[in-house]
Write a protein that binds this ligand. Structure first.
Ligand SMILES: [Fe+2]
Length: 434
């Protein structure tokens, strides 16, 4: 079904309910998944209810300060032990039969424990189910259910260079970032892979956003562009991740935020510091990327993070989070809040363009006749290769390519076919297909 050598991929993997059930097992119980941001659980007892694949999980900080991720399901009868989106609590008390768990997941309360259970059962064996591995990467919290998965750093591999830039401050330094508000959540009637593929570096769909460019939606306020994208370069990795970069050679000024004097001044200041902080690499800016399987990020304008949580073969829950520099002036944060909302999220015009494509493409691919024909991913077949400045398999403008989706689906097929992490890690060395 996935023939990346020829650039043909069966529509079944986007519409088939049985394959979706297999994905939940083979991909979402094994891969590292983004769960939330450390700033969402600053204090002991803070929690944020998230998802891993189709399942609800609780991200929380216990009273010793340690971060945990638990399955949000009571050990007694499976009830959601936490029914709120976020908050702070001393303990998670199940609303069904009142089994109660500490924020470190241990079971501490069972109704009529002394009388009803003779001999008494061992409560330490009936705590909340906890993930096998957890990583805090520059404030982002990741987890996997698989104890045999490699470390998160190894999993991220060479995509780390782009992802680091997406998470750090605009000037490329280590000043902190913070969330604007909380998470926007909404549902799209499409397969989750449409979303992951789009942000892995599909620059060809820019044509969909023409109306947005024409109404001067971008922060520059100029007609005909959301941003000065520089020269576009895509990089793909055998781990399934894909990044789209903008390269601005020798550029001294940035005009993207010219719409208001405050933002214009702040971003010019950031750009000058970035040139100092990052030297020659300052002009190589990651724009968007997808970390396999379903976490996508925008690293520049806007700077956001999106998880496309799968809920069905034809339904995806979108969770988008927005970042700003902690030290940015208030009026800059306010400008960005409004800009982000009109760019991304359910009300964002650029996101609406994308959702319309994914929605109609999904619906028009589900038919009996439609399913007989594969999708076409042949652009730039065999072109990508090594690059002087960037790791991975690289293709630059003006060559048109779909190499990043090909790498993504090759990795998807690896997970679906291969039973062990040994095989999955070995498969990464087959990486020169372009
Ligand atoms: Fe788009």
């Amino acid at each position: 079904m996935v023939n990346t050598a020829e650039g043909e991929i069966s529509r079944e993997i986007f519409v088939n309910d049985e394959l979706f059930e297999q994905e939940k097992e083979r991909i979402f119980t094994r891969a590292w998944l983004y769960v939330g941001h450390e700033s969402q659980i600053k204090k002991p007892g803070d929690f944020f209810v998230s998802k891993m694949g189709a399942e609800s999980v609780i991200l929380t900080r216990d009273f010793a300060g340690k971060i945990h991720v638990f399955l949000n399901s009571c050990a007694h009868r499976g009830m959601r032990v936490c029914r709120y989106d976020e908050g702070n609590t001393r303990a998670f008390r199940c609303p069904y039969h009142a089994w109660t768990y500490k924020t470190d997941g241990t079971l501490i309360g069972v109704q009529d424990y002394d009388n009803a259970y003779q001999p008494p059962f061992d409560k330490s064996e009936w705590g909340l189910v906890e993930v096998a591995q957890l990583a805090n990467y520059m404030g982002t919290i990741w987890a996997t259910w698989d104890k045999n998965a490699p470390s998160f750093e190894e999993y991220l591999g060479e995509a780390t260079i782009a992802f680091d830039q997406g998470l750090c401050a605009w000037d490329g330094g280590d000043g902190g970032t913070e969330l604007l508000g909380s998470v926007q959540k909404w549902i799209v009637p499409c397969n989750w892979k449409f979303v992951a593929e789009n942000f892995a570096g599909d620059w060809l769909h820019g044509v969909s956003h023409r109306s947005v460019d024409m109404i001067r939606l971008g922060p520059s306020g100029e007609v005909g562009r959301r941003d000065d994208f520089g020269r576009l370069v895509v990089t793909a990795y055998p781990d399934g991740h894909g990044i789209l970069y903008s390269v601005y050679p020798n550029k001294k000024t940035r005009t993207e935020y010219a719409m208001s004097p405050e933002t214009s001044e702040y971003f010019q200041y950031c750009w000058e510091r970035r040139l100092k902080n990052l030297g020659e690499t300052a002009g190589t800016c990651p724009l968007v990327g997808t970390i396999f399987p379903n976490m996508s990020f925008h690293a520049q304008q806007p700077r956001t993070l999106l998880v496309s949580h799968p809920t069905g073969a034809n339904e995806t829950e979108m969770w988008r989070t927005y970042f700003v520099d902690k030290e940015a002036p208030e009026d800059v944060k306010q400008f960005l809040r409004e800009y982000y909302m009109r760019y991304s999220g359910p009300a964002g015009m650029t996101e609406q363009d994308d959702m319309e494509n994914w929605n109609y493409a999904s619906a028009a691919s589900r038919g009996t006749i439609a399913r007989r024909r594969p999708y076409h991913y042949k652009a730039g077949l065999g072109v990508g290769g090594p690059h002087d400045d960037l790791p991975g398999v690289v293709t630059e403008q003006p060559i048109t390519t779909e190499q990043n989706p090909r790498f993504f689906y090759k990795r998807w097929a690896d997970y679906m076919d291969m039973d062990s992490w040994g095989e999955l890690l070995d498969a990464r060395t087959v990486s020169s297909q372009g």
